[in-house]
Structure formats: C-alpha cells, structure tokens
Design a protein around this ligand. Structure first.
Ligand code: PLP
Length: 361
C-alpha cells in the first residue's frame, strides 16, 4: 500500500503548559528494519501498533470529540549520495503556526517545528529507519520513488465540553511512503459537496475539513474516478481544489491558472513552488477565479498539486454527467515538465537553485 501507517520508532512530542513548550523525543519499541521485515505479519503488526499507542495521553479531548486539531504533511527525500533532505520545512512551519492561531491555539515556534522535523528523520535514520535512493527511479522520473513522510499534528488536552485548546500537544511522526495516486485512472469528477465556506476554516489545515473531503473522495472512487473537484460554496461555479490538493489549469491561451487564495483554499507549498518555478520560465501564471465553464471550455492540461500528489495529471473532468477530456486523455507536456522538475529538485537530480532542500544527514 502506498501510504500505510508504519510509524518509525522515534516521535517528537511537545506540550504547551505554564506558558511554554516542553519537548521530548520518544523512542518506541523496535527491532532493526530487516528483522522487522522478517517477522510474521501478526508480530510485525503488533510491534508497529505499539509504536502508535500512548497511554499517557488523554483519550477524551477536544480533538477526539470535536475534531479540533490541525496538521502538516511534508517529506524527506533520499538523495543519491545517501543523505536525506526535507523539502521547504520552513514553509510548513509558517503554515502550521498560522493554522494553530486560526484555531486559537498558542502557535508552535517555527524554529522548533523545523528542528523537530529534521531531528526525527535524523534519529530514525540512525536506527536504520529511512528511505534509500535507487537509481532505477530515474527511469520513470521518480514516479514510483519512496520517501519519508513527516506528519506534524496537534492533539488537545483532556476535556469534554465544546471548547478551544489552551494547552495542546504537538507531535511529529515519520512513516514511509511510496507513490500516492494509483495510475490506472486520471479522471476527475466535480462533486456536489462543499469543502469550505467563506469565513470558515478552509484556509487552515484543520482536521475537521477532511471529513467532507473523505466523503467526496470516496464517492468519486466508488464511481470510478481518481479524484473529485470542489466548487465554491456561494456561486457553485468557481473551481476551488481537489480533495486534498490544489488544482491548476493550463489554458489554450498559454496561461496557467490556479484559483486565488482566500479563506476557502489551502495555501499549498507545492502550489507556491509550482507558481514560482513556472513564472521563472516566463510562463504567464495567474491566481484568479476560474469558473467550471471556463475550465471545461478552455483547458489544454490540468493537474493537481500537493506533497503527496506532487503534480498529478487530471485527464478529464466530469460535470453534471458530461465528461470533457483534456489533451486527448494523455499527460500534457507542461504537466509532465512540472512534475519532473519538482521531483528532480526533491531527489537532487536537478540543482536546488532556490535553497529549498534542508539537509538532514
Ligand atoms: C495539504 C493540502 C494541500 C496541499 O498542500 P501542500 O503543502 O502542497 O502539500 C492542498 N489542499 C488541501 C486541502 C490540503 O490539505
């Protein structure tokens, strides 16, 4: 499975209490990765599950009861020289602090965020839990390459009445990950559901937002699509996002369009990286409203972007039962170019001219 939970042994935990953050690294039970791979499935599952259990944390809390929490997702990429590098953790640090503030939590300091990401990856790697570079990934532009997923998140203190969190925990776990979308389909469908509303929490990487996304995505998968696309809540006509990724349309006019940020769109780090990279090449890139009608009429290529997705082509969009295919159903050249460029930088095959990679070891 592409995104199975196998928490690496070392986890970061911090707690806000008495006006300050107190942090620790916790090493959970493990053997060597090779020994674990050789265990029976039952024993291995039990060991892996034990790394996901914390009996010194409250079960009943504002997160488990009301979904009050936010999270981040970023990756460490194995490099050819055997090292690991994290892609733009400083940007996730900024977003995480903003998300926490948006949920009225004390923001987690940005330097602590970056060092917790670096340090968990480093400590897990020292125990042998890491991803190793493989030359054969270069043949398909890292489409099937492995990486280490870093998941920072909040959990509230114990409590039962609807409330905000004054003394949250911040955790950072690492888990292995390989390619995200299965490649058998590249069709997307416009969902009727509403992910985010004006004045709501759509701009926050808030856990509660993902219930709607998961419902819409499972309906799309059930109906044979790879992805769903949300329209705005007010006019039901402007494109917003995919289920948990941003979306781009390369129009016949040569303009690359992605919906403008506001309070309903999640400001993706991949999104901002793609905007910067394509602008550098002299492409006209616009962050603006794009209606579903314009998108269906004018699109040459379409793709979604995110840490998990990279840049993933969308080859058709179905709206009210009508399917419109882009670029004859094949991945377009701009899309594959952007995908290869992002992956190339992340896996160190292209020069990191922007200083986006933070080395771990
Ligand atoms: C995380 C996320 C994205 C993509 O953000 P990246 O920083 O590029 O991974 C886009 N939309 C939603 C709703 C998300 O949760």
């Amino acid at each position: 499975m592409a995104f199975a939970l196998n928490t690496y042994p070392v986890t970061f935990r911090s707690r806000f209490s008495g006006g300050k953050w107190s942090s620790e690294y916790i090493e959970k039970p493990h053997r060597t990765p090779e020994e674990e791979a050789a265990m029976s499935e039952k024993d291995r599952t039990a060991l892996e599950s034990s790394r996901n259990n914390y009996d010194d944390m409250p079960l009943v809390n504002y997160t488990s009861q009301y979904g009050l929490a936010c999270f981040e997702g970023l990756k460490a990429f194995p490099q050819k020289n055997g090292s690991l590098a994290i892609f733009r953790p400083d940007r996730n640090a900024v977003r995480f602090a903003r998300s926490m503030e948006g949920l009225c939590m004390p923001p987690f300091p940005q330097e602590s965020f970056v060092s917790a990401c670096v340090e968990t990856v480093k400590r897990n790697a020292a125990l042998g839990f890491l991803a190793r570079y493989r030359d054969e990934w270069e043949k398909d532009s890292f489409m099937t390459a492995d990486s280490i997923y870093i998941r920072p998140f909040t959990i509230s203190e114990g409590g039962i009445g609807v409330n905000l969190s004054r003394e949250p925990y911040v955790m950072v776990i690492n888990t292995p990950v390989s390619a995200y979308f299965s490649s058998d389909s590249c069709d997307a469908v416009v969902t009727d559901r509403i992910r985010a509303t004006p004045k709501g929490t759509g701009w926050i990487k808030a856990c509660s937002n993902y219930v709607i996304s998961a419902l819409a995505k499972s309906e799309a998968l059930r109906d044979g699509y790879m992805e769903c696309v949300f329209l705005d809540a007010t006019y039901r006509s402007y494109i917003e996002e995919g289920s948990s990724c941003n979306i781009f349309f390369y129009l016949k006019s040569g303009e690359l369009v992605t919906p403008e940020l506001g309070d309903t769109i999640l400001p993706g780090i991949t999104r901002e990286s793609i905007i910067e990279l394509t602008r550098d090449r002299g492409l006209k890139v616009s962050q603006r409203k794009i209606s579903i009608d314009e998108a269906l009429e004018e699109t040459k290529e379409c793709f979604v972007s995110g840490t998990a997705a990279g840049a993933t082509p969308i080859c058709s969009l179905t709206y009210h039962g009508k399917k419109v295919q882009f670029n004859g159903g094949r991945t377009g050249s701009l899309t594959s170019d952007i995908r290869d460029t992002i992956k190339g930088i992340q896996y160190g095959r292209l020069p990191d001219t922007k200083g986006w990679l933070v080395p771990v070891v």
